[in-house]
Design a protein around this ligand. Structure first.
Ligand SMILES: Nc1ncnc2c1ncn2[C@@H]1O[C@H](COP(=O)(O)OP(=O)(O)OP(=O)(O)O)[C@@H](O)[C@H]1O
Length: 343
């Protein structure tokens, strides 16, 4: 649905050139929810704005729904843009217009009659669960309700793509969850392709099918959300994942010499990473029984990523070295990733 080929965008500022996006190529399939994550300044907003040419890249190709946008004239581009809705962190609603008028705004030149527009607005407000607020003004709404209005407005022209630029960054966690759920619902109901940029791994984890990690204008890693969580490669990705997990705290405790991490002669601290296919519960009792190795869990974290539980356990294994090795081999045979953290 969306193909970016070698897209670059540079800004000229008083202090010189800023290479906001550097040679980015991406393929986003129809109906998927694609996340782009990175710290502030990584180039996410610029990249997503290149998808609807709010920013015009100086190099590369942008193809959306089979049309090469950089080759279109102004009126063709206006038509193509109608099929690309966008929502923003600060909602960008018109404060002097009611909710219904905000949602109706993109339909002004659609050729629809007044009655058809009113029917469409009604349907859209039902979709975002805000029917009872049709005649109020944005200032009378909560942040989450404002974003619902913005979503309804973005959907007015029946777009095929919805671009979400930090759409939940101004919202509290509970409201974030309800907006993400709404985005997921409309993605499924309307087979909408969603591109979502964020600096929060929690957001990506909750709804994205695939994710690209961006740093300094480049994509440093890309893949399915479960792969990225289970086998992150880039340093940046690892640090994003660490931000949503508590198990990395073990390294601080080891450094601080916490009593929890003090080891006897026949003990080691090991991390065990697993997903639903190799859940560890039975495994831990099996290695204790079969290999006579004690397994003491000192930390645990289970993430649910796209409905797949992914867990990390930090355990102290106690037993003589030969038996520990046999237990280790057994754990690995079950597909659980192991790493000795302290010996
Ligand atoms: N219109 C502009 N003029 C000059 N520089 C710009 C412009 N827009 C973005 N930049 C610069 O491009 C780089 C990437 O910015 P961008 O907003 O795309 O990053 P981001 O990852 O979305 O960060 P944030 O979440 O803080 O917006 C930054 O160094 C930014 O200062």
């Amino acid at each position: 649905m969306i193909t970016l080929e070698h897209v670059s965008k540079t800004f000229t500022t008083k202090s010189g050139y800023v290479h906001a996006v550097r040679d980015v190529s991406l393929q986003i399939d129809e109906g998927e929810i694609y996340g782009i994550i990175g710290f502030s300044g990584a180039g996410k907003s610029t990249l997503v704005r290149c998808i609807n040419l709010l920013e015009r890249p100086e190099a590369g190709n942008v193809t959306v729904d089979g049309r090469e946008l950089l080759k279109l004239d102004a009126s063709q581009l206006r038509e193509s843009r109608k099929k690309i809705g966008m929502i923003f962190q600060h909602f960008n609603l018109m404060r002097l217009r009611t909710v219904a008028q905000n949602v109706a705004f993109p339909l002004k030149k659609s050729g629809l009659s007044k009655e058809e527009i009113a029917r469409k607005v009604k349907e859209l407000l039902e979709l975002v669960d805000l029917s009872e607020k049709a005649n109020v003004y944005p200032s009378q709404l909560s942040g989450g309700q404002k974003q619902r209005v913005a979503i309804a407005r973005a959907l007015a022209n029946d777009p095929k793509v919805l671009l979400c630029d930090e759409a939940t960054s101004a919202l509290d966690p509970q409201t974030t969850h309800s907006i993400l759920k709404l985005i997921k619902d409309i993605n499924q109901k309307l087979n909408l392709t969603v591109v979502l940029i964020t600096h929060e791994m929690g957001v990506v984890k909750e709804i994205c099918d695939r994710v690209a990690v961006m740093e300094d204008g480049r994509i440093v890693e890309e893949g399915s959300i479960v792969d990225i969580f289970t086998h992150p490669q880039a340093k940046m990705t690892k640090s994003f994942i660490a931000s949503t997990s508590t198990t990395d705290r073990i390294y601080d405790l080891i450094e601080e010499g916490h009593t929890l991490t003090e080891l006897g002669e026949d003990e080691v601290i090991v991390s065990l990473k697993y997903d639903a296919s190799n859940a560890t519960q039975a495994l831990i009792s099996e290695i204790s029984r079969t290999y006579d190795v004690d397994c003491n869990i000192i930390f645990g974290n289970i993430e649910v990523v796209k409905d797949t539980p992914i867990g990390t356990l930090i355990v102290v294994l106690k037993g003589d070295p030969e038996k520990r090795k046999a237990a280790f081999d057994c754990i690995k045979r079950h597909g659980v990733e192991t790493e000795v953290i302290k010996r």
